[in-house]
Design a binder for this molecule. Structure first.
Ligand SMILES: NC(=O)c1ccc[n+]([C@@H]2O[C@H](COP(=O)([O-])OP(=O)(O)OC[C@H]3O[C@@H](n4cnc5c(N)ncnc54)[C@H](OP(=O)(O)O)[C@@H]3O)[C@@H](O)[C@H]2O)c1
Length: 300
């Protein structure tokens, strides 16, 4: 059955992939973003600043959605550290407001969270493990999770999907981290990556597919992990992707987290176990690193 879906963060890196994935589905989609770049995949993108709760309320009234896929966030760890007030307002307070509004309208919320809610002391985390973030960003997203799963009256099966580190080429004007690394390699610039930080990287296209499936499968509620099938260091990840793209891999070297001072601790191993979402979504598959890059490069 076609749904009316609001996608927040529609102008972001993941939002572009999500709207492309929704394009041929027959769902009616309205994107929200702070900057409102117009249209994507035939869907309108409206300006709705999540710092303005009244504006969110008005946009809800106009949209009358069945479901909201909530991607919008202060998504940079550095930015969240520099401006914790904005991070908590967008990532947590606005999320709570959206969940409360949604419950009044019989609208289901799927909230995109992050592997950064974990402290990194051990890997292959499962959904029921304690989340103890070590960064402002992780703490703000953990609070967003709590707010989106509050038992509001009439709340319909809300879901939190914790995403692992995402990679792939940008489909918007702003480059992704991977684009910047590939550009630097093409320019002959050496690049160093942590050999002591472990993630389960996932390509943007598969992340978008999993999130859209979670919106469509209305009975799934609670927390789900969505990472790639392989636990890799950033060094392994970038080396393999560069090799696959035919770029000069010899320019890539390894360093350690301790070599690069940071204002907040960096989690060491936040690999995610994604068994639960695979069992919940029949036929859903997560590609290897290289196949994920190919999937992102394919025409939407
Ligand atoms: N990328 C990753 O590796 C990764 C990993 C785990 C989880 N996630 C989660 O996935 C989601 C999407 O990430 P992304 O990489 O696509 O992030 P992104 O490229 O930084 O996009 C962020 C989006 O949020 C919107 N936004 C920010 N502040 C806003 C505000 N005050 N009002 C309205 N919209 C606002 C931005 O709109 P404008 O463009 O108009 O500013 C943009 O559309 C986030 O929730 C993030 O926490 C990402």
């Amino acid at each position: 059955m076609p749904l009316r879906i609001v996608v927040t963060g529609a102008s972001g890196q993941l939002g572009a992939y999500v709207l492309d994935r929704l394009g041929p589905t027959g769902h009616e989609v309205i994107g929200w973003s702070r900057s409102a770049p117009g249209h994507r995949a035939g869907f309108p993108i409206e300006a709705v600043d999540l710092l303005d709760l009244e504006a969110i309320g008005r946009a809800f009234e106009r949209a009358q959605p069945d479901a909201i896929l909530h991607l919008a966030a202060i998504s940079s760890v550095d930015q969240a550290f520099r401006d914790p007030k904005a991070a908590f307002t967008v990532n947590a307070k606005a999320t709570g407001f959206i969940a409360a509004r949604a419950s009044l309208m019989g609208c289901r919320v799927v909230f995109a969270s992050t592997d950064m809610v974990f402290d990194g002391l051990r890997g292959w985390r499962e959904e029921d493990d304690d989340a103890e973030p070590v960064s402002t960003y992780g703490a703000s997203k953990k609070e967003g999770e709590r707010q989106s799963l509050l038992p509001y009256p009439g709340l319909l099966h809300n879901a939190v999907v914790r995403l692992s580190l995402l990679y792939g080429p940008s489909r918007i004007e702003k480059p992704t981290t991977l684009d910047r690394v590939f550009d630097a390699l093409r320019a002959g610039q050496p690049q160093a990556f942590f050999a002591d930080e472990f993630r389960t990287p996932l390509d943007y296209a598969t992340a978008a597919d999993g999130l859209v499936r979670m919106v469509e499968e209305r009975d799934h509620s609670g927390v789900f992990h969505l990472g790639g099938p392989e636990r890799l260091t950033r060094f392994e990840m970038m080396g393999r992707l560069a090799l696959h793209a035919g770029l000069p891999v010899h320019l890539i070297s390894q360093n350690r987290q301790a070599d690069v001072p940071a204002p907040e601790p960096r989690p060491r191993d936040i690999s995610l176990d994604s068994t639960r979402i695979e069992e919940a979504l029949p036929g859903f598959s997560r590609p290897t690193l290289e196949a994920g890059l190919d999937r992102c490069r394919a025409e939407p």
